[in-house]
Design a protein around this ligand. Structure first.
Ligand code: NAP
Length: 527
């Protein structure tokens, strides 16, 4: 049952005056669910509860926090068909995608639980005292990762489950020992409330402190701004536009006490098509890329928005096949009229550039909010000159650049902004032959793919989902995979601390049995 209320800890609260409805993009009508935006009193109450909860929650063992995360996954599953129905109505996405994303969300929660149960993620490092060291005795120093404090998570529009209320940001922050306040995304506030109810139920079942989680509704930027500025908040997780992410990043840096904002933003995910990929597998790649560009109406941060090849007849053939293949596919409903109108605007702006030609363009009559695909082509010199063409157009849109030679291709890569992914299509010999192109691409991205498509982000410890600005605000961290936990912690050294008062991870006996670095060497041995 959707109440439209905020969760201030375990309490449902509707004190604000501003109301909004979510929207069904397929019907092109508002949904039946009305939500109450959080007011200042509710923001204060959520922050105060999170502060209190942190005092208790940070002390809980990894095993206890793991129980909480596993219980959240279970409670999300227990929401059953209602969650799937609300998700599909609020997003226009099909049931299969809803079920898949629910599975991924539960999988992420369970993966963080396993990480906590294993325990070594805290990076415990111990340099025991050497009282007899000459000319000076050495103190005892022990270091480990400790939670930052309450974290604000912005729900993402394009992943109502996996990057929203109980998504990767929330799961990693709760795993680290930080309470979370979610700023629910207004496009899927009902999905958000259902998931929030599962988190609250799991918190109660596993004895977590009230305030370890809150969920606030809003349909404008004020609630998010107030949360980012709140002195209790110690970090922010965000997925969305470059404009939104950079605004929040700037705001957080203007605070008296600046805090980290881990924003994952736009990316065109360049694809470098080397000659052998065109001559040996041009048709195959063209078909795969038509599918990748269209996947989920192009509403993925890893959508291939830029394809670079060197002028040749085989590149012409590739472009022509890609055009034919993408023309065969039917447009898909976008998440919301706003995203659809942003797509149309971006598509028009780039198509209006004098130097581009159209490869494929869906222009038949369609229902409202359908994403009509378009692919453009331009030569390398004009692409280099016109940085408007470097922008992300969020949707089923891509530009194919005909470079005059490898040097021009490299010059283009060097001029691009930071990206989440970069892909090389070719053979192993070409990786060596075009080494400087590969290196230039690697410097721009968080994940470099060989012979594949960038869409599809595996959740595992070796995943890097982030990249140099503006793909992300801090390229040293990932927002997908268990490594995401490192965003919400900071190292603390304990000097000459009595053994029994140390966190268990640092005690002599190694009661957790974790891998630690003792005198510079990895070991699970006690000291
Ligand atoms: P968005 O505009 O970046 O908004 C994301 C969230 O941040 C929303 O909850 C929004 O609040 C909040 N927000 C935005 N600007 C803010 C500001 N200045 N201060 C405080 N809060 C702010 O993204 P969106 O709503 O998901 O979609 C809009 C466009 O973003 C899309 O058309 C697409 O171009 C891009 N996008 C890109 C990706 C990607 O992965 N590359 C993913 C999603 C979206 P309110 O909604 O309450 O105003």
């Amino acid at each position: 049952m959707i109440s439209g209320a905020n969760y201030i800890g375990a309490e449902l609260s509707k004190k604000g005056k501003k109301q909004f409805n979510t929207f069904n993009p397929k019907l092109n009508l508002p949904t039946e669910w009305t939500f109450q935006e959080a007011n200042e009193e509710e923001i204060e109450a959520a922050a105060a509860l999170a502060k209190e909860a942190f005092i208790v929650y940070r002390e809980f063992s990894g095993k206890r926090r793991a129980e909480f995360l596993r219980a959240i996954a279970k409670e999300i599953e227990n929401l059953g068909d209602e969650l799937i129905q609300v998700y599909t109505q609020e997003s226009g996405l099909p049931e299969g995608r809803a079920a898949g994303e629910r599975g991924r969300t539960m999988g992420q929660l369970n993966a963080f639980a396993s990480l906590l149960e294993e325990g070594s993620w805290v990076e415990a490092s111990i340099d025991p005292a050497q009282p007899d060291r000459q000319p000076m005795p050495k103190v005892d120093l022990r270091k480990m990762q400790c939670p930052l404090g309450p974290i604000v998570v912005f729900g993402a529009s394009n992943f109502p489950l996996a990057f929203s209320t109980a998504g990767g940001d929330t799961a990693s922050a709760l795993a680290s020992g930080c309470p979370v306040i979610v700023k629910s995304h207004p496009m899927h506030a009902g999905t958000g409330e259902l998931v929030a109810s599962a988190i609250i139920k799991a918190a109660e079942l596993t004895g977590m402190p009230n305030g370890v989680f809150s969920n606030l509704n809003s349909s404008g930027i004020e609630v998010g701004q107030q949360l980012v500025m709140h002195p209790v908040v110690k970090g922010v997780g965000f997925t969305g536009s470059i404009k939104g992410g950079t605004a929040l990043y700037k705001l957080a840096n203007e605070r008296t006490e600046p805090i980290p904002v881990f924003a994952e933003m736009g990316s065109v995910n360049p694809i470098v098509v080397l000659p052998s990929a065109l001559t040996e597998k041009g048709d195959e790649w063209a078909k795969q890329y038509a599918g990748s560009i269209m996947l989920g109406a192009g509403q993925f941060c890893t959508n291939p928005g830029l394809i670079l090849g060197i002028k040749s007849t085989s590149l012409d053939d590739f472009i022509s096949t890609l055009g034919t293949e993408i023309d065969k596919l039917d447009p898909i409903c976008m998440l919301h009229p706003n995203i659809h109108s942003n797509y149309e605007k971006g598509k028009k702006e780039l198509s209006d550039q004098a130097t581009v030609d159209v490869v494929a363009n869906h222009d038949a009559d369609v229902a409202p909010n359908m994403a009509q695909q378009r692919v453009l082509t331009v030569n390398g010199t004009n692409f280099l000159k016109n940085t408007k063409l470097h922008q992300e157009v969020f949707g089923p849109f891509s530009i194919i650049v005909r470079c005059s030679d490898a040097d021009e291709m490299q010059a283009i890569l060097a001029k691009l902004e930071g990206q989440l992914t970069g892909t090389i299509l070719g053979n192993e010999n070409e990786i060596k032959k075009y080494k400087s192109i590969v290196h230039t691409l690697q410097d721009k991205v968080g994940r470099i793919i060989f012979n594949g498509v960038p869409t599809g982000v595996e959740v595992c410890p070796s995943m890097q989902h982030g990249g140099p600005f503006p793909a992300a605000t801090d390229s040293r961290f990932t927002s997908v995979g268990t490594g995401a936990i490192q965003r919400w912690v900071r190292p603390v050294s304990f000097q000459n601390w009595p053994n029994e008062s140390l966190p268990e991870a640092l005690q002599n006996e190694n009661p957790l049995g974790i891998t630690r670095i003792v005198n510079g060497l990895h070991t699970t041995q006690a000291i």
